[in-house]
Design a protein around this ligand. Structure first.
Ligand SMILES: *Cc1c(COP(=O)(O)O)cnc(C)c1O
Length: 370
C-alpha cells in the first residue's frame, strides 16, 4: 500500500519535501565513498570485545551506567595522552556517534527561534541536525580554494548573530584543516556577537599533519571539541562519539540527553577498543601514508587536489562530476559525489583499493584528453 506518502502525513513544515541523508551503498568491489577505515578490527580486539560484551550481558537486566563514567575516564585519558592537554572525566561526554553529540548540543544551545551557522561546503549533517532540532540554519561562505575567508566569516557571524557556530577541521568533504588562528578569530567574533557556542568538529583529527585544538579549551567555556571513534578507530559500526568541553557544557547536555542513551553493550565495546588504541593508531599511520600517496599520484596524473589532513581526498576538476563519478564506478570503484560542481571525493582505502582507484582515474584522464 503505497498510497500514503510522507507529505500526506501531518509532518512538521520544515521536513516537507526533504530527503534523508545517505550516500548510495552500492555493491561494488572497491567502496571508497564514506570515509570509513578500510581495516577491519584486529582479531585480538575482536576477542576482547566478545569478552567485555559477555561480562556486560550478565547485567543486561539492569540499566547501564547512565553517566558512562568508566568510558569517559578512558576517553579523557586518550585525549590527554594524544594531545598533551590535560582532559578530565568531567570535561568529556559521550553519545551514539558524534552525530548524537551534535544533536544534543543543538537541542541544548539551538532549537526553535535560534540559529546555527556553518561554512560550506562542509559536513552536511550539521545543517540537517539543525533542521531536525528546529534550529535555523545559516550557510556561511568559503573561498574558492575551500579555505575559510576569516573576514567574510566574521561578518556573517556579526550580521546573523548565530547561537551555534560549526567549524569542521579537517573539513569534510574538502579535507583541508582550519588554522587555529582562524578558529580563535571565529570564537572571538561569536563571543562579541551574542555570545554563542563554537563547536569544532574534529572527526578526522587523528589523520591530520597538525595538532588537535583541544588546548584552546583552556579559558573558553563556550568552545566544544567533538570527536568520534567512527574514523580513526575503525569503528563506524560501534556508534560512539564524544566531546571535550568545560564541565558546565557537559552538565548542560544532561538536560536533553535521553536517560541510559549509551547501552551497556556500546560502553563495553568502546572500552575494549580503547584498550587497543596503539594498534588502531598504527593503522592510522598507514592510512596517512596512503592518503599522501593518493594526493601525489592524483597530482602526477594531472588532477587538481585539495591539500588533505583527513583520510580522504577531494579531487577535480571535472566539467561534469556526476559523469566522472559514473565512469569511475563503471570500473568498479565507488567514490563520493557531494554535489560540489567539478569535484569528487575519495576515501583512502587499503593499498590495493587505492591502486584500483588510481588505475580508474588514470584511465578517465586518458579518455578526457583524447
Ligand atoms: C564522519 C563524520 C562524523 C562522524 O559521525 P559519527 O556519528 O560519529 O559516525 C562527524 N563529523 C564529521 C565531519 C564526519 O565526517
Amino acid at each position: 500500500m503505497n498510497d500514503v506518502r510522507i507529505d500526506d502525513l501531518p509532518v512538521r513544515d520544515e521536513l516537507r519535501g526533504k530527503s534523508p541523508y545517505g550516500a548510495p551503498q552500492l555493491d561494488v568491489p572497491v567502496r571508497l565513498n564514506t570515509n570509513e577505515n578500510p581495516y577491519p578490527l584486529p582479531e585480538p580486539l575482536v576477542e576482547r570485545i566478545a569478552e567485555r560484551v559477555r561480562e556486560a550481558a550478565r547485567n543486561l537486566n539492569r540499566y547501564p551506567d547512565r553517566d558512562a563514567v568508566e568510558l569517559r575516564t578512558k576517553l579523557a585519558e586518550y585525549l590527554t595522552t594524544t594531545s598533551g592537554y590535560e582532559v578530565g572525566v568531567a570535561d568529556v561526554w559521550a553519545a551514539n556517534g558524534s552525530n548524537e553529540v551534535i544533536q544534543q548540543l543543538l537541542q541544548t544551545f539551538g532549537g526553535p527561534g535560534r540559529t546555527a551557522i556553518g561554512f560550506e561546503p562542509s559536513y552536511s549533517m550539521h545543517g540537517l541536525i539543525a533542521r531536525g532540532t528546529g534550529t535555523g540554519w545559516i550557510s556561511g561562505p568559503r573561498n574558492d580554494d575551500f579555505t575559510i575567508d576569516v573576514a567574510a566569516a566574521e561578518k556573517a557571524i556579526a550580521e546573523n548573530q548565530p547561537d551555534v557556530v560549526f567549524v569542521t577541521t579537517p573539513n569534510n568533504p574538502t579535507g583541508n584543516a582550519v588554522p587555529p588562528e582562524t578558529v580563535l578569530a571565529l570564537y572571538e567574533a561569536a563571543q562579541a556577537a551574542k555570545p554563542s557556542m563554537v563547536v569544532v568538529d574534529e572527526a578526522y583529527i587523528e589523520f591530520s599533519h597538525g595538532d588537535s585544538l583541544l588546548p584552546l579549551l583552556a579559558g573558553r567555556p563556550n568552545l566544544v571539541i567533538s570527536r568520534t571513534m567512527s574514523k580513526a578507530f575503525g569503528a563506524a559500526g560501534l556508534r560512539l562519539g564524544y566531546l571535550a568541553a568545560h564541565p558546565a557544557v557537559v552538565d548542560a547536555v544532561q538536560l536533553v540527553r535521553l536517560p541510559y542513551h549509551l547501552s551497556a553493550v556500546t560502553q563495553a565495546t568502546a572500552l575494549a577498543a580503547l584498550e587497543h588504541t596503539g594498534t588502531l593508531l598504527g593503522y592510522v599511520e598507514q592510512l596517512k601514508a596512503e592518503r599522501d600517496r593518493l594526493v601525489s599520484e592524483l597530482r602526477a596524473t594531472g588532477y587538481e587536489v585539495v591539500e588533505s589532513d583527513a583520510n580522504f581526498v577531494q579531487f577535480g576538476r571535472f566539467e561534469d562530476s556526476h559523469t566522472a563519478w559514473q565512469k569511475i564506478l563503471d570500473q568498479g570503484v565507488l567514490v563520493r559525489d557531494n554535489g560540489i560542481p567539478g569535484w569528487l571525493r575519495v576515501s583512502a582505502g587499503t593499498p590495493e583499493e587505492n591502486d584500483a582507484f588510481l588505475d580508474a582515474v588514470r584511465e578517465l584522464k586518458k579518455e578526457q584528453s583524447t
